[in-house]
Design a protein around this ligand. Structure first.
Ligand SMILES: Nc1nc2c(ncn2[C@@H]2O[C@H](COP(=O)(O)OP(=O)(O)OP(=O)(O)O)[C@@H](O)[C@H]2O)c(=O)[nH]1
Ligand SMILES: Nc1nc2c(ncn2[C@@H]2O[C@H](COP(=O)(O)OP(=O)(O)OP(=O)(O)O)[C@@H](O)[C@H]2O)c(=O)[nH]1
Ligand SMILES: [Mg+2]
Ligand SMILES: [Mg+2]
Ligand SMILES: [Zn+2]
Ligand SMILES: [Zn+2]
Lengths: 211, 211
């Protein structure tokens, strides 16, 4: 458990940086392919005209996601873990100097696609936001409970696929809420745009509080 | 790297057990919710009348998957890692005494849903089989290359969803094959049954070789 204790200390160090500069920080987590980058692209299109947003992309290899985000004209850094299945506070800390935190309102950190380990490594974020795609199945809160327990928000994505999969929204929401009474659940589709307005409003409320 | 060296030794120990009893062993891996258990249920329905099949289910928590497999009337054991994001040879070894390997032709080990770490931990299996759902996106071979590199077979699942997602089958197959020239790719749907025959025949061929 030494690893987690070291990580915790560095996460609090990162958090102090963010608080000193009034930056709201999001740790975006999900299984691979749930739609983190797609939802981030939609969110940037909506909010980057009114807020100064930076992005840190975390992946094992490659810069596919950073290339997608760069097209939105916001500062983005790609971290490659080279094998680790999650980001940690150390990897994030090393990239902070590449941003001018005085010029940011929001920093979004997209974590490595993994429903297990990212939940245990605090990065210094303000909020953890997780994405669950309806294509993954409604048993995930029961099978991967820690992520649902630590998240502030659950974006239930790809609801456009509901007619084609057997996903019980009420069951998944009930099971997730049983793990976390404070969890806000937003059914959305990054493809059609359905349900995104309440998510944008929630996010703006959190950004305002961080000021 | 000490952890991997110890694991390797125990994996070879497991493999010796399996070879001595002529059991063909599969390590089934994917991201969470790609369809491992659904494909296993289809495969059991087809093959368990002709082969003696046992199953080890690996999850962080819960026994949802073992409960689904039990309904197919085959011996199944549920391993809970309690936090680890992958199975290892030690966890598997501890469960082998719960099976009579002389009474088995096939042992399927369904790994924890994770596209990263399971690829690095040999369990003593004969073949690694991975599942990629078309709902996850066609960039996964580039972003999570190790799993595609070590797999013997790629089951490209949920092809019934192709009309509703932007997944380029040719690109994903090309990128996966660039990582692994020997990779057999089977486009399938566990829901409709489409494409499963070639997978069943491939499996029967491998079982026969293990005898
Ligand atoms: N039908 C549908 N497809 C979606 C939706 N959101 C994302 N996708 C698709 O899902 C796939 C994965 O989307 P990404 O945004 O790359 O997912 P991700 O979580 O960032 O993936 P990783 O970073 O690799 O873990 C892509 O093919 C997207 O087009 C949605 O709301 N509906
Ligand atoms: N449309 C469609 N849905 C599928 C298909 N195969 C599985 N599913 C659905 O995908 C979800 C997940 O399936 P599972 O078989 O539980 O996936 P898994 O890989 O075993 O999941 P974990 O063990 O939790 O990692 C469920 O809702 C299934 O009904 C398919 O071929 N097409
Ligand atoms: Mg992404
Ligand atoms: Mg399963
Ligand atoms: Zn991990
Ligand atoms: Zn792991």
């Amino acid at each position: 458990h030494e690893i987690l204790a070291d990580n915790e200390a560095l996460a609090n160090h990162n958090r102090a940086h963010f608080l000193a500069h009034g930056v709201y920080v999001l740790n975006l987590m999900s299984a691979p392919g749930a739609g983190k980058t797609s939802l981030l692209e939609r969110t940037l299109a909506e909010l980057s005209p009114r807020y100064r947003i930076g992005v840190i992309e975390g992946d094992v290899y490659g810069r596919e996601d950073a290339d997608r985000i760069e097209k939105h004209g916001v500062p983005v850094v790609q971290i490659n873990t080279g094998g680790a299945c999650h980001l940690d506070a150390h990897l994030v800390h090393d990239q902070l100097e590449r941003f001018d935190l005085d010029q940011l309102d929001v920093l979004v950190i997209e974590n490595v696609g993994n429903l297990v380990c990212p939940a245990e490594f605090d990065l210094g974020e303000t909020d953890k936001v997780m994405v669950l795609s309806v294509a993954e199945g409604d048993d995930k809160p029961k099978k991967y409970p820690v992520m649902f327990h630590v998240a502030r928000v659950l974006l239930l994505n790809k609801i456009d696929l509901l007619p084609h999969v057997s996903f019980d929204v009420a069951r998944a929401t009930r099971d997730a809420r049983a793990l976390n009474l404070d969890l806000d659940v937003f059914p959305v589709s990054a493809t059609t745009g359905e349900g995104l307005e309440p998510w944008y409003r929630w996010l703006e409320g959190r950004i305002a509080r961080a000021k």
